[in-house]
Design a binder for this molecule. Structure first.
Ligand SMILES: O=C(O)CC1=NCN=C1
Ligand SMILES: [Zn+2]
Length: 411
């Protein structure tokens, strides 16, 4: 006897399970099965497809004629951090740009100050609010970065909070050490990078990936290469915040270093985008950040996909450059500003997002996969990127158990 059957699914979105990220034209392929059911046993999918009488289950979850998909995968967040930076909005209004605010000791360094001051429990409680909201929005796999400590005690504090979140919630997480995220006041980039490289050994106990912010006024390509090589020698797979604002050639460095992902890429070069197609590096695009920074130029998703590259999407949730934990909103911005198709978007927040954080068993619903499912209050899969700024998640099922159900009004 199976544990649970999810019935009355109007249409079931089934991204293709693949041992590599979907690239190019593959990204626009998306299997959708009408009048579907999902059968689950011991938290794993037994069957997901057309309605059949072949299976029985002791419990039924009614999808009420709504659509369903795998739970979403969020491959890039800075969810563990202290404080907030709403005061910077007035600087933005006055036209002070992101890197200028950082240069003046604000931005990331402001969050560093607030994170260092915050106790472990305070950071855990604060991030728990965001993880809860992400779950309510249909996300059950989350990547979480350090990078607001910039010293051993506080970088490890952030990573330990990240690990505690995974213990606390029925989700899967990936943890990323981002020691080289900014340069503390009074320090020189090269010598500070040496200190962050030395921290790799300590971070290895908690982190799956090593990430670096390669940007003007932060770390150069050469400094980043040194860090990525050291991290790989210590067994990390690497990530990079690349070509977010200035075209430094971060994407080329990512591909050279066989990075699992290169993130941002708004200013990626034609050469880098060409190389992407022949690499296994996933381009994680963060259009919410471009929107939030008030930029007009968005990452060239069309060029990357039509060039044969693998693209994923994420919120980049952080207190300064993209303050949203709503991945559905990013799906809408991807449709409107990255010109991605609905099928590409769905693959970018499921199977490709999973590959961007080495979580290939997430983001799909084939037999044996974790039974992480979202029932959406939407007529079809195109509706979610179309109707933006709201939460379309109706029921969220984690490992076959109902974890969240949208509450009705009480009146
Ligand atoms: O500003 C922040 O706190 C997060 C960020 N790191 C690199 N780009 C944005
Ligand atoms: Zn980021």
């Amino acid at each position: 006897m199976n544990d649970v059957m999810i019935k009355n699914i109007k249409s079931l979105i089934l991204p293709k399970k693949s041992d590599k990220p979907l690239k190019g034209k593959e990204m626009d392929e998306l299997k959708i099965v009408d009048d579907a059911v999902i059968v689950v046993k011991d938290g794993k999918v037994v069957y997901a497809g057309e309605k059949t009488d072949e299976y029985e289950a002791s419990e039924v979850i009614d999808a009420e004629g709504k659509i369903a998909s795998p739970a979403l995968v969020e491959p890039h967040t800075h969810v563990v951090h202290g404080g907030s930076r709403e005061h910077e909005m007035s600087l933005k209004r006055q036209g002070v740009d992101y890197l200028k605010i950082l240069e003046q000791g604000g931005g990331i360094l402001n969050t560093v100050e607030q994170t260092r001051k915050a106790a472990f429990d305070e950071l855990l409680e604060k991030a728990s609010v965001n993880i809860t909201r992400m779950i309510q929005h249909g996300v059950l796999t989350v990547e979480s970065k350090s990078g607001y400590g910039l010293d051993k005690e506080n970088e490890l504090k952030q990573l330990k909070v990240s690990k505690a979140l995974e213990e606390k919630f029925p989700i899967t997480m990936r943890h990323t050490y981002l020691g080289p995220h900014a340069i503390p006041k009074g320090r020189e980039a090269g010598e500070f990078m040496e200190e962050m490289i030395e921290l790799l050994d300590d971070a290895k106990e908690y982190a799956d990936f090593a990430d670096v912010f390669t940007e003007t006024g932060v770390f150069s390509v050469e400094e980043s290469r040194k860090y990525m090589e050291a991290a790989r020698e210590k067994g990390f797979r690497v990530k990079i915040h690349a070509d977010e604002i200035d075209p430094l050639g971060g994407l080329e460095l990512a591909i050279e270093q066989k990075a699992v992902s290169a993130d941002h890429l708004v200013a990626a070069s034609e050469e880098g985008k060409k190389q992407l197609a022949d690499s296994d590096t996933v381009a994680v695009l963060l259009p919410g950040t471009t929107f939030y920074l008030g930029k007009n130029e968005f990452a060239d998703a069309r060029g990357m996909i039509e060039g044969g590259g693998a693209v994923s999407l994420a919120t980049d949730y952080n207190p300064g450059s993209c303050v949203t934990d709503n991945l559905q909103m990013i799906m809408a911005i991807a449709a409107l500003k990255l010109k991605m198709t609905p099928n590409e978007i769905w693959n970018a927040v499921t199977v490709n997002a999973a590959h961007a954080i080495d979580a290939a068993d997430r983001g799909t619903l084939e037999a044996g996969d974790d039974a992480n499912i979202v029932i959406w209050d939407a007529p079809n899969h195109e509706y979610i990127p179309y109707h933006y700024g709201v939460n379309h998640a109706y029921k969220v099922i984690a490992d076959g158990k109902l974890l969240y159900e949208r509450p009705g009004l009480k009146f």
